[in-house]
Write a protein that binds this ligand. Structure first.
Ligand code: SF4
Ligand code: SF4
Length: 273
């Protein structure tokens, strides 16, 4: 279940740090008197892999999923887009909760899997300053101190968090890049590019296959076939493309003919009186 948005300062100040073998006692099942209470009035930030899993679970194109189920609030100083699950405007409940609980339980977002645990990760981990977990104790949740004892590791394994962490690793690397320390907010065009590549994956696929994209970049045939049908492969490719186009890394290669044409054009422009 989801966590609210805590500031890093609040986490460091108020929450004891838990390692993988630290224990807590918790129970969450349809028998608790607070069942699904946490699926309302909450900010659930979605990572790209969350969106991929949810849109597929619901059988929707990513564009339709984003329009129907999410919001992307935007503040003037915000550097990159954020995507949150859209609570019902009247009930304030998550649009994916039903009488029997989460309607997409097998595909629920990372934050919903983790709850009541949260996690924090420093940008540059050192032996003394490493990532840690913390236990959220909110009045609405009555699952604490009942049921079985879990280590942090047992909890995350039981909730399928590892798969989400593995699929989110490239996105996490992108977000932890020092590029974001210095940069002003992205231009509207780059914001749009970022949003499409991270979240609107079916639109990104159309961008790759229905524009000159594959005429410009060297992408081997096996990869082209993979990204045509495989969402996970496409998301990985999208992260690679963002590193090329935003961070300026050599994570993609332009075709030699494109490089030669660009050189010729530059030389012609320089030779003009
Ligand atoms: S996605 Fe599922 S688990 Fe998460 S808040 Fe919505 S209904 Fe609850
Ligand atoms: S025990 Fe906590 S996490 Fe489980 S349903 Fe109740 S409020 Fe949600």
């Amino acid at each position: 279940m989801p966590e609210g948005r805590l500031t890093p300062e609040e986490i460091l100040r108020d929450y004891p740090r838990l390692g993988p073998d630290d224990r807590f006692t918790f129970r969450c099942d349809p028998g608790v008197d607070c069942f699904t209470h946490c699926c309302a009035n909450v900010s659930i930030v979605l990572a790209p892999y969350d969106v991929l899993r949810l849109k597929r679970a619901l059988g929707l194109d990513s564009t339709e999923f984003l329009e129907r189920y999410t919001i992307s609030p935007f503040a003037p100083d915000q550097k990159i887009p954020a995507v949150l699950l859209k609570m019902d405007p009247e009930t304030r409940r998550c649009p994916l909760v039903g009488e029997a609980g989460c309607r997409v339980y097998a595909h629920r977002p990372w934050a919903c899997r983790m709850y009541p645990l949260g996690s924090a990760e420093p940008r540059n981990p050192t032996p003394t300053e490493r990532g840690f977990h913390f236990l959220l104790r909110e009045p609405l949740c009555h699952g604490h101190d009942q049921g079985g004892a879990w280590t942090v590791r047992e909890w995350t394994q039981s909730q399928g968090v590892e798969e989400y962490d593995a699929m989110g690793a490239l996105y996490r690397d992108l977000m932890l890049h020092e590029f974001w320390d210095q940069q002003e907010p992205l231009s509207p065009q780059k914001m749009e590019m970022y949003f499409m590549a991270c979240y609107d994956l079916d639109r990104f696929r159309r961008f790759v296959f229905e524009t000159r994209f594959l005429e410009l970049f060297e992408v081997d045939e096996a990869r082209v076939e993979a990204i045509r049908t495989d969402d996970e492969a496409l998301l990985e490719f999208a992260m690679q493309w963002l590193r090329f186009s935003l961070l300026g890394e050599r994570s993609m290669r332009l075709k030699p003919s494109v490089i030669a044409a660009r050189r010729r054009a530059a030389q012609e422009a320089a030779a003009r009186p």
